[in-house]
Every structure is written in structure tokens, then in C-alpha cells.
Design a protein around this ligand. Structure first.
Ligand SMILES: [Zn+2]
Length: 326
């Protein structure tokens, strides 16, 4: 058995090392021959998805606003209500597998039934499904909840859902200030684990988020489709715990390499190593609090070397996955 040798991406950056793909033993320094060369990354993290609408990618109209597509009773709502089974969900998961994603945090729609579909799919990816009530006045399907937004769900109902989730030691996440500014004060009060988007958040909002130790997930490709952009530079400067997500499967592929390359073009002042850190170790502090997720870093993506600089193995548009080790 040949081991993989080359640069290994770690929390400290790139270090020369090797990986035995069978035993998953990882070592540092020069590997003894024989070796195959590649750049070794921990499997990628996708911290925000809606896997359930992946199957709508070919059909989603491009002349509707965000509100008209994903809003309450919007296009997506109708599309989902005509779906049977987990085919759409599964196509998203298979796409994520192909591109070396080891962890997915999914906002699961469709109440109890929607959440249970996730458990029927066999995959090496660790998936944390955050459920939500299927209908108004229904209970959340699990202690882990991913809500549309404070404004959408409404004062009172949010607090009720969150207090039940927290009593069950569940994870609480919401979208916030995606396309327009929304008041953060009631959201800070319920103390969610993380918020998604924050494109229109003010600097004061971001400081409040940092102060409360709330994580943030940004989805730049999805945002750009509707002309929005998250203040990622500022979030990182404030040392907010940030993760990356691909958002709706109908808008963006589940390929985190595409997300990374887009972000590196869209946010050129952010150092590449910092972006790769978000790809492999994003939302680290927040995920550390989740008992359902075990971060063992025993899954790897081997990328083809491109030139001398190991960063290019993921940033170059010609980058290529040589092997995913589950
Ligand atoms: Zn979302």
C-alpha cells in the first residue's frame, strides 16, 4: 500500500507529511517510500444547506426575487409540496460526497417527515439536520432547530420553539438580515448557536454577535445570485466564529471547492490560508458545543498538486480531487 505524501493542511497551516489511506494514520515529516504525491486536506465542512431543494436546480425560475422563490408560500414551497420521498435530498448528499464534504449542517423542512427522510440515506457524511415545524402551531420535530428567520416565524412563536429546543439541549439556528436589515436585539435575547447570512447586518450587530459568542455562517455564492454580499472581512476581523455554507441546493452546487474559489475572488483581501481554514475547520467553536457532531478529522480529501504553492491545490480552477478517504 502506497501512502500519500505531501503538504497536509492543519490548524497551523500547511505542514509536510503523509497519510496512510487504509489505517488513516497521519504523520509529519518526509514519508518513507513508496508514496503517491498530493495535498492532503481534512474533509470539507458545509455549515449551511437546504439539501431538500437540490432537485429543483434545473427548474427554479431565474426571473423571480428571493422572496418570491423562498418566501412563505413562494415557488419553493409549492415545489416541495409536490415532492415525494427523499430523492432531492439524496441527490444533494451524493454531490457533497463526490466533492469531499465530511460535515453538513442542513436546515430541514417538512416537519417530522422531512427530518426522518434524512435518516434513511446512507452516507459517510456527518449530517446534522436542524428541523422546523411542518405547519403553523406544530411542534418542532426535534430538539435541534433551524428556523427561517425571527421576522418570518414571529415574536412569541420563536421564543417558544427556542425555549423547548434549549430545554432539550438542542442546537438553535436562524437566518438573519439576509436581504434587508432586521433588528438583532430579540435574536440576541434568544441566544442562538449560530446565524446565517447577515448580509445587511450593521457593525453594531456584528459586535453584539461577537460579544454573545454566536457563530455565523456565510453563503456568498447564494447571496450573489440576488446581488447581496456578507461583510465577511469585518466578521473575521472581529474574530467571529465563521463557517461557510452553500445554502439552497437549487441555487448552488454542494461543491465546497466552487464556494471557496468564488469567495477568494469576491473577497480578495482575505488571505487564502484563512479561507482554507474556514473550508476545513469553519464554525469550529460553535460546532465544539454540539454533542451530535464528533470532530475526529478522520476523513480526508487528497488534491492534485498545482505548482509549488499548496494553496493552489484547492484555489486553482483546474484543481482536481485525487481521492476522498472516508
Ligand atoms: Zn438558508
Amino acid at each position: 500500500m502506497k501512502v500519500w505524501g505531501g503538504w497536509v493542511f492543519t490548524r497551523e497551516g500547511f505542514v509536510e507529511g503523509w497519510l496512510n489511506p487504509l489505517t488513516k494514520e497521519l504523520g509529519f515529516g518526509q514519508a518513507a517510500d513508496p508514496i503517491k504525491r498530493g495535498v492532503i486536506f481534512p474533509a470539507f465542512r458545509n455549515c449551511h444547506t437546504h439539501l431538500g431543494d437540490t432537485g429543483a436546480r434545473e427548474e427554479v425560475p431565474d426571473d423571480l426575487s428571493l422572496e418570491e422563490i423562498v418566501g412563505v408560500d413562494g415557488w419553493k414551497h409549492t415545489w416541495l409540496s409536490n415532492q415525494k420521498g427523499g430523492g432531492s435530498l439524496e441527490s444533494g448528499i451524493r454531490e457533497a460526497e463526490k466533492f469531499g464534504t465530511g460535515l453538513i449542517i442542513d436546515f430541514r423542512e417538512g416537519g417530522v417527515e422531512g427530518l426522518s427522510l434524512l435518516n434513511e440515506i446512507d452516507t459517510p457524511i456527518q449530517i446534522l439536520g436542524l428541523g422546523r415545524p411542518g405547519h403553523e402551531n406544530e411542534e418542532a420535530p426535534s430538539e435541534n432547530i433551524g428556523l427561517s428567520s425571527y421576522v418570518d416565524v414571529g415574536e412569541g412563536t420563536v421564543e417558544e420553539l427556542v425555549s423547548k429546543a434549549k430545554n432539550g439541549r438542542g442546537v438553535v439556528a436562524l437566518h438573519h438580515s439576509e436581504k434587508e436589515w432586521e433588528d438583532i436585539s430579540p435574536v440576541l435575547k434568544i441566544n442562538p448557536d449560530f446565524l446565517v447570512h447577515l448580509c445587511e447586518a450593521s457593525d453594531e450587530d456584528l459586535m453584539g454577535i461577537k460579544e454573545e459568542g454566536i457563530g455565523v455562517v456565510v453563503c456568498p455564492r447564494s447571496n450573489s445570485r440576488f446581488g447581496m454580499r456578507a461583510p465577511l472581512e469585518r466578521m473575521l476581523k472581529l474574530k467571529i466564529d465563521v463557517g461557510l455554507g452553500t445554502d439552497n441546493g437549487m441555487f448552488c452546487s454542494l461543491n465546497m471547492l466552487e464556494e471557496l474559489r468564488f469567495i477568494s475572488r469576491e473577497f480578495p483581501s482575505i488571505p487564502a490560508l484563512e479561507l482554507i481554514r474556514l473550508l476545513c475547520f469553519g464554525l469550529e467553536e460553535t460546532i465544539g458545543k454540539f454533542s451530535e457532531i464528533k470532530i475526529e478529522n478522520k476523513q480526508y480529501v487528497i488534491m492534485k498538486e498545482i505548482g509549488e504553492n499548496p494553496e493552489m491545490a484547492v484555489l486553482d480552477s483546474k484543481s482536481e480531487i485525487l481521492e476522498v478517504i472516508w
